[in-house]
Design a protein around this ligand. Structure first.
Ligand code: DMJ
Length: 679
């Protein structure tokens, strides 16, 4: 028992239960004071501290409470906010395609109305950012948009709303200022602003009115892709001509290998899209400016799939030997990479000096890189009748086929160039560093006329390995995804890169592989679509994490470090295959949503598109100031082919696309499986 003097606890009596007879205030004050004096010093201090704390809390919360009472009179809005804050992304059932609410029009920035009629609107994110919670700063300048400047000068700040200034009588725009989720950008001369998702009152209504009055035009989606290409090309031509990549915001260029990567990657796209003038000027550059005779280190894989692949496919499409000559030149300069103890090629080659080496920090090469150069080198041998290219890459294929260390046909991420063995690090994944190994097993088998049975065996075994080790379904919506296996544990994450898989599976099924490959393709296609549809910008993150817990509410989560979008092609690539093989128009609609959201969040008015840093923030998608060459080489090409009604335009029974979307011909039938010209 405690003695009466010794109290280690605070006893605070707020009233005397037994005395209800306080008749005068003085008596009550005296009684309170007496009780206060009876408390120990510690007790008094604690009570005073508590009261002071409550007082401070009250002062601090007062302004925000009143702000909310004033700013959010609509109770349901407030509830939405709380719900959103608590839950993040809401679960969405498979097949759900978000629709724009009434009154919201797309924020497409300078797109001619004939390719973007009013009726067509991008899907909206599930979690629109409520504007009331993030007040825009009172003043926002357009730091360096009209002149060269660092990206950091430009970086968009939160919460800016689109503004359209009107002239006195409220008629035409006196001056159009486009807010690109925060940055104020002077609109180009002659471009037309339709409105934005965050347009001010009146602007939205005007746009709605005109949408109601004008007859609705059928959308020419094919033309919309051409327009997007021209816009991207305009930026490249103005600020990065002949260089590897456009930096559209700082209006300059980035150099990787110094080989005009974007231009070469885009050659066959221009041909397929029918952009003759653009093609002609690019061809002139190849003819007069492109030289591989330079002291520069290039990555074997990247320069093979983009440059060699791009030149070979352009040669096939045009018949112009200029491109074949250039392909021979770069192909032969890449060959030193294969001079390694194991014949597994080094990652880097100096195309001027003829030397090759691994990356500085390792003697490993990436498995996907050494096994995804075969389509191109085999084709180069066929065209040149020189077997050295085909021999070198097929040596790698045979070696990897025999190699121990696979798991049910799944390969590790790294292979050592000295020992020729897999390195036991990394995960089993269909994503980065392994992805195109699987793609090229099937595509080489198709390229060679379905005769190289070891390739087919490896492919079939790998798909079974995926089913057995990597395939899971999310909760609650049962989205199928391909996870990663790391140290025997499944990590429920999937790179956007994995979204090539539905298309590849469908291509296999189209060529007589098991029907359940097509079923899996359909399921994975849905998941890749949801990776876009469930994001606030309608654009996919680089990596998605999936929920396996039955008690948690949402299927897809995105870690802060994975919120970027690099304008990658894999999902639209698969949509193209799925549409060709099923004729289901929903795949076109999904692709159309993606194109519109690229236009909405990544298009730079002065020309070009940019990768972005945050697909979860439509107000500030955080542009990164880089247009990857594969946006023109792959993304826009696949979108165009998805929307084109001409199934014979790059028929999938006559061509295989390399992993950079450059179509190479399926070889005419022979008995050997070797290219006919070499057998
Ligand atoms: C492209 O260079 C190729 O598609 C490659 O296989 C993977 N990465 C990019 C596009 O995302």
């Amino acid at each position: 028992m405690y003695s009466p003097q010794r109290k280690d606890f605070v006893s605070l009596m707020l009233g005397d239960q037994h005395s209800h007879n306080y008749t005068n205030g003085k008596h009550r004050r005296q009684s309170c004071w007496r009780k206060w004096k009876q408390l120990s010093r510690l007790q008094r201090s604690l009570i005073l501290f508590l009261l002071a704390f409550l007082f401070i809390c009250g002062i601090l919360s007062y302004p925000s409470l009143t702000e909310q009472w004033r700013g959010l009179p609509d109770r349901s809005l407030k509830e939405d906010w709380v719900e959103m804050d608590n839950q993040g992304l809401r679960p969405i059932p498979p097949g759900f395609v978000p629709k724009l609410p009434p009154g919201v029009v797309p924020g497409v920035q300078d797109i001619p109305p004939e390719v973007m009629p009013e009726i067509q609107r991008p899907s909206i994110p599930l979690l629109p950012k409520p504007p009331a919670m993030r007040k825009p700063p009172s003043k926002r300048g357009p730091p360096a948009l009209q002149k060269r400047g660092k990206v950091s000068d430009w970086q968009v700040k939160d919460g800016e709303e689109a503004t359209i200034k009107r002239d006195e009588d409220g008629g035409k725009e006196a001056k159009t200022v486009i807010s690109w989720r925060g940055a104020m950008i002077e609109a180009e001369q002659g471009t037309e602003l339709q409105s934005t998702a965050h347009g001010k009152e009146g602007t939205v209504a005007d746009a709605e009115d005109s949408a109601n009055l004008k007859p609705v035009k059928a959308v020419d989606r094919v033309e919309a892709v051409r327009e997007a290409f021209r816009h991207a090309w305009k930026g490249y031509k103005a600020f990065a001509w002949g260089h590897d990549e456009l930096k559209p915001i700082s209006k300059t260029h980035g150099e990787w290998f110094g080989l005009g990567l974007t231009l070469i990657d885009a050659l066959d796209t221009m041909w397929i899209l029918g952009l003759k003038d653009e093609f002609a000027e690019a061809k002139k550059w190849v003819e007069t400016e492109l030289s591989f005779s330079k002291n520069v280190d290039v990555n074997l894989f990247e320069s093979t799939i983009r440059v060699l692949g791009g030149l070979l496919s352009t040669y096939h499409l045009t018949g112009d030997t200029l491109f074949l000559d250039k392909a021979k030149d770069i192909g032969s300069r890449l060959m030193p990479a294969f001079k390694t103890p194991s014949k597994i090629p080094y990652s880097d080659v100096n195309i001027g000096k003829g030397t090759a080496h691994p990356p500085r920090w390792t003697t490993d090469s990436t498995v996907a890189e050494v096994t995804s150069i075969q389509l191109e080198f085999r084709e180069l041998s066929r065209l040149t009748k020189d077997p050295q290219y085909q021999n070198a890459v097929e040596e790698v294929t045979r070696h990897v086929h025999r190699l121990e260390g696979k798991r049910d046909g799944l390969v590790p991420m790294f292979i050592n160039t000295n020992s020729g063995k897999f390195t036991r690090r990394g995960a089993f994944t269909l994503g980065a560093r392994a992805d195109s190994y699987y793609e090229y097993l099937l595509k080489q088998w198709l390229q060679g006329g379905k005769k190289e049975t070891e390739l087919l065996e490896d492919y079939l075994q790998a798909i079974e390995g995926v089913r057995k080790n990597l395939l899971r379904q999310t909760s609650p919506s049962k989205l199928t995804f391909v996870g990663e296996l790391s140290n025997g544990r499944l990590n429920p994450k999937m790179d956007h890169l994995v979204c090539f898989l539905p298309g590849t599976l469908a291509l296999g099924a189209h060529n007589g592989l098991p029907a359940d490959h097509m079923e899996l393709a359909l399921q994975l296609m849905e998941t890749c679509h949801q990776m876009y549809a469930q994001m606030e910008t309608g654009l996919s993150p680089e990596i998605a994490h999936f929920n396996l817990q039955s008690n948690n509410g949402r299927d897809i989560d995105v870690k802060p470090a994975d919120r970027h979008n690099l304008l990658r092609p894999e999902t639209v690539e698969s949509l193209f295959y799925m549409y060709r093989f099923t004729n289901d128009s929903k795949y076109r609609d999904w692709g159309w949503d993606i194109l519109q959201n690229f236009n909405k969040y990544t298009r730079v008015p002065s020309g070009g598109y940019t990768s972005i840093g945050n697909i979860r923030d439509p107000l500030n998608p955080a542009p990164r100031d880089k247009m990857e060459s594969f946006f023109l080489g792959e993304t826009l090409k696949y979108l165009f082919l998805l929307f084109s009604d001409d199934n014979e335009l790059i028929s999938l029974d006559k061509y295989v696309f390399n992993t950079e979307a450059h179509p190479l011909p399926i070889w005419p039938s022979t008995s050997s499986g070797r290219s006919p010209e070499l057998s």
